[in-house]
Each structure stands twice: as structure tokens, then as C-alpha cells.
Design a protein around this ligand. Structure first.
Ligand code: LRH
Ligand code: MN
Ligand code: MN
Length: 388
């Protein structure tokens, strides 16, 4: 049996970043559902993120999406976050929601549109400087719908040029993470469809460029823990956008559909000692909560990640190595399954008590009166940014 104190120490150090956009109203392609009490601006999103951190002691930063979270004074927003006990995490530029970007952003055939997109990315590095953020989180909706619509090769060249210009603008402590996505919004070709494309561009750029794995962005059946392991091996895993999927980019609560997949990913991360905050791997959520209340959904998501990681930390690495070495297939698999089958909730409750937070953060949220408070105080909440 693994030493519980060591497991708790690792969990105590682990940080999970929540996304500002998960606090806003969202929906499906067909309808955005307004909820009472959702934030009206970036400050209120930061306040909600701080509430998640107060209750979990595990989510000390919030990612921003620009321009969804545009404010007059980013240093002031960072100060507000610090007053609330959290900090600004990754900055996510948005180059997918203007008419100009219909045919792409940094890969657009028109150099004028490309210039506009790159200028926005550079502006986001300025926002990193102002907020103290060290992570630029890039995702491009660029692609084509029809064979022959544009040159795939030329688009790769344009992508490389844009990434290079932004990379060269990064400060010494700043990194760029390049996210990929199999399909959507484009259906014939995406310009960064997979981790291989992202990896190749990051290698060409240098050490400050790494791959971002969004767990919802793969073909069904993709072995995500395999690609995570390969990226870790080459020092190119920059971070995650955690969420859960059944069919496509569902953006449901991490660990909801397949907690075993999350555990398998966590096992590879623990094996590589990548849970530590200084490991260089960012643990971020990328979700939207269409039906459920947002703040408790984010709390639940943080708990789901902690549960998967706790189980992974309980894997008896020596027994596993011995079984693997001996070619004991069932024995090795059994070691993993023993850990996965462990109920880690008591251990996590104990950890929370030690950290001075309620052992049941969701119950604590409902008892706190926060939901009633925001519903009374906030009217006309902001849409997360996308949707109908
Ligand atoms: C794209 C994506 C990307 C965006 C976010 C809102 O599907 O995963 O990370 O920035 O959703
Ligand atoms: Mn994402
Ligand atoms: Mn996505």
C-alpha cells in the first residue's frame, strides 16, 4: 500500500486552472440558455473562479479568453484576482469570431487578415505582460470545408510564419501552447488537426513552444494516454484542456463519461512526475455548462481530476514494474485496476480538512449562500462567447 502522506503531499501541490468562459452562459448550436447569476464581466468571472479555489484549495488561477474578457486595465484585473486569492492563468486569443476570419485567421489567404490575426496574438502577449501570465494558449479554427478550397501547403507556411512572429515576441518566462483539433469548425481540413502537426510546429519553433492536449479534440478511440506519454518523453507536453466527450467536442465535465480514461492519463502523468506545479505541464479545464449550475459544476470537475490523480498516485509502481518485467499481463493490469478501484474520497476529504477547507466542497457551496448572492446581485449575465 502506498504511503498516504506522500499521496496527499502530491495532491496538495497540484493546481487546476478553471476557464473564465465556463462561468458564462452557454448552450448548443441551437440555443444559449441564460442562467441566473452568471458573471457580467471578467471581474465577476474572476470572482467565481476565486470561489471555486476557496472551496477546493486546488484551483488558484483562471484562464482568460480575449476579447471575451476584454477590460480597460489588465493590471487592475490581475490585482483584483490577487485580492481574491487567485491569479490570471493562460491567455487565450480569440481569432475565430469575426467575419474577417471566415476563411481562417493566421492561415487566411489574404495577408491583411493574417496581419490582423497576428496583431491580436501579439496584443495577447502584452496582456500576459500586464497580468503576469506565462502561458499563451493558441487554438486556431482555421481550415477548409472543401477539397481544393485553398492550398494546404500554403496554409502551413502561413501558420509557421505567424507562429514564428509571436514566438519571437515571448518573454523569457513565457511559453506558447499550441492546441489541435481534429475537425470543427471546418470539415475537410483543419490547419492544426492533430498532435503531430502541433508537435512539428513546436519543434521548429523552439523550447518555449509546446503542445496543448484538449481531451475532447480527438477521433473516437484515440489512445490519449499514449500520445501524452510520447509528448512527455520529448518534453513537448505543455498542458491540458480537460473535459469529457462522448461524441465530438462535447465540453462536458472532465471525468464524466470515462473516469477510467482520465485515470489512465493521470497514471502516465504520475509516472513521469508531471503533476508537480513546476513540471511545466499546465492542468486547465475547458468546459461549458449548459444545463447545470456553473460554479458547482467547476467544483465537481476539480474534484474529478483530483480523484483520478489520487488513484494514479496509489498505483504500486514497484509491483507494476515487477509484473511488467516478468511478463505477467494479468498481474500488471491488476495493479492498475486495484488503484482505479480504490475509493479515494475519504483520503481527499482528509486532505481538505488538513488544508482548512470543507471536506465536501459542493455541499459547502450550497451552504455558503453564494449562489443566492450572485443571483440577486447580477442581472443580465454574459454569454460565454459562442453559441447561437
Ligand atoms: C476549441 C476550444 C479552444 C477554444 C475553446 C473555447 O474547441 O477547445 O480551446 O479556445 O474551445
Ligand atoms: Mn480547448
Ligand atoms: Mn474544444
Amino acid at each position: 500500500m502506498k504511503d498516504h502522506a506522500a499521496v496527499k503531499a502530491a495532491l496538495r501541490a497540484m493546481r487546476i486552472e478553471t476557464p473564465s468562459w465556463a462561468y458564462g452562459n452557454s448552450g448548443t448550436r441551437f440555443k444559449v440558455y441564460a442562467q441566473a447569476g452568471v458573471p457580467r464581466d471578467a471581474y465577476e468571472k474572476v470572482a467565481d473562479a476565486a470561489m471555486v479555489h476557496r472551496l477546493t484549495a486546488a484551483a488558484p488561477s483562471v484562464a482568460l479568453h480575449i476579447p471575451w474578457d476584454r477590460v480597460d486595465d489588465y493590471a487592475d484585473l490581475a490585482r483584483f484576482a490577487a485580492d481574491q486569492g487567485i491569479r490570471i492563468g493562460a491567455i487565450n486569443p480569440n481569432v475565430f469570431q469575426e467575419n474577417d476570419y471566415k476563411l481562417g485567421s493566421v492561415c487566411h489567404p489574404d495577408p491583411g487578415v493574417r496581419r490582423k490575426a497576428v496583431d491580436h496574438l501579439l496584443e495577447c502577449v502584452d496582456i500576459m505582460d500586464a497580468t503576469g501570465s506565462q502561458v499563451l494558449s493558441l487554438w486556431f479554427a482555421d481550415g477548409t470545408n472543401y477539397a481544393g478550397q485553398d492550398s494546404i501547403a500554403a496554409r502551413q507556411d502561413r501558420l509557421a510564419d505567424a507562429l514564428r512572429e509571436v514566438y519571437d515576441r515571448l518573454g523569457p518566462d513565457q511559453r506558447m501552447l499550441v492546441e489541435y483539433k481534429l475537425f470543427e469548425p471546418h470539415f475537410y481540413s483543419m490547419d492544426v488537426p492533430d498532435w503531430g502537426t502541433s508537435y512539428a510546429h513546436c519543434v521548429a519553433l523552439g523550447d518555449k513552444a509546446q503542445v496543448l492536449v484538449d481531451t475532447g479534440h480527438h477521433a473516437p478511440g484515440t489512445n490519449i494516454e499514449f500520445l501524452v506519454t510520447v509528448l512527455l518523453r520529448f518534453g513537448k507536453l505543455g498542458g491540458f484542456h480537460f473535459n469529457s466527450r462522448n461524441y465530438a467536442d462535447d465540453d462536458l465535465m472532465v471525468g464524466a463519461a470515462d473516469p477510467f480514461q482520465l485515470f489512465r492519463i493521470a497514471h502516465e502523468l504520475v509516472r513521469a512526475d508531471a503533476i508537480r506545479p513546476d513540471s511545466g505541464v499546465e492542468y486547465m479545464l475547458d468546459q461549458c455548462h449548459n444545463l447545470e449550475a456553473k460554479v458547482p459544476a467547476l467544483i465537481r470537475s476539480v474534484l474529478n481530476v483530483q480523484e483520478a490523480v489520487a488513484k494514479a498516485l496509489l498505483v504500486d509502481a514497484d509491483a507494476l514494474a515487477t509484473a511488467q518485467q516478468a511478463g505477467d499481463v494479468l498481474g500488471a493490469h491488476g495493479v492498475l485496476m486495484d488503484a482505479f478501484s480504490t475509493d479515494v474520497r475519504p483520503l481527499l476529504a482528509e486532505l481538505r480538512t488538513e488544508l482548512g477547507v470543507d471536506p465536501d466542497p459542493i455541499a459547502a457551496y450550497h451552504a455558503s449562500g453564494y449562489q443566492q448572492q450572485i443571483e440577486t446581485a447580477r442581472t443580465g449575465g454574459q454569454q460565454a462567447g459562442w453559441g447561437a
